[in-house]
Design a protein around this ligand. Structure first.
Ligand code: ADP
Length: 151
C-alpha cells in the first residue's frame, strides 16, 4: 500500500493546497493531510479550525485522512507507514528551501519526497499573503476552497 503524507500549516488552506492534493491523489492508495502543530509557531487560526476546513473540503474522499501532528514530519511518516512526502513548489525559493529537507528526510528516514510544481494560476498564492488580506479586511473568497473568515 502506497501512503503519502502532505504536511503543512494550512493557516489557512487555499486553492494552491487543493490543487496539489487533487493532482497527487491518483498516485497513492492513501494520502494523509497532516496539519503541523508547533507550540513555538504563531498561527492565525487554531489547529481545530485548520483541521475543520480540510475536513470540509476533502472529508468525502475515502483515500484521504486528515490528521494533526507535532514533532518531526519524518517521525509522523514512520508512525503511519508512509514512505512518501508531498510538497508543492511555487518558485526557486521554495525549491532551495525544500531541497535540503528532502535530502535529509531520505538519508535519515528513507522517505522519498515528491515535488509538485504549482500551476501558474495558483503559484502566487501563499497562506502568508492570505493572512495579510484577511487581517486587513480583504476578501479571499476567490482564492480558497471553503469560506474563511476571522471569527
Ligand atoms: P508549510 O508551513 O509547511 O510551508 P503551508 O501550509 O504553507 O505549510 O504549505 C503546505 C504545502 O503546500 C507546502 O509544500 C507548500 O510548498 C505547498 N504550497 C503552498 N502554497 C502553494 C501553492 N500556491 N501552490 C503549490 N503548492 C503550495
Amino acid at each position: 500500500m502506497k501512503t503519502a503524507v502532505f504536511p503543512g500549516s494550512f493557516d489557512p488552506i487555499h486553492n494552491g493546497h487543493r490543487e496539489i492534493v487533487e493532482r497527487m491523489l491518483p498516485l497513492f492508495d492513501k494520502l494523509i493531510i497532516a496539519v503541523g502543530v508547533n507550540p513555538d509557531k504563531k498561527y492565525l487560526f487554531t489547529a481545530e479550525q485548520r483541521l475543520q476546513w480540510l475536513k470540509n473540503v476533502f472529508g468525502g474522499e475515502s483515500k484521504i485522512s486528515i490528521e494533526h501532528y507535532t514533532g518531526l514530519t519524518a517521525d509522523f511518516c514512520k508512525k503511519n507507514n508512509a514512505s512518501f512526502l508531498i510538497r508543492g513548489l511555487r518558485n526557486s525559493s521554495d525549491f532551495e528551501f525544500e531541497k535540503g529537507i528532502a535530502q535529509m528526510n531520505r538519508k535519515l528516514g528513507g522517505i522519498e519526497t515528491v515535488f509538485v510544481i504549482s500551476s501558474p494560476e495558483n503559484a502566487p498564492l501563499s497562506s502568508t499573503i492570505l493572512r495579510d488580506i484577511i487581517i486587513n479586511g480583504g476578501n479571499v473568497d476567490a482564492l480558497v476552497p471553503v469560506k474563511i473568515s476571522l471569527k
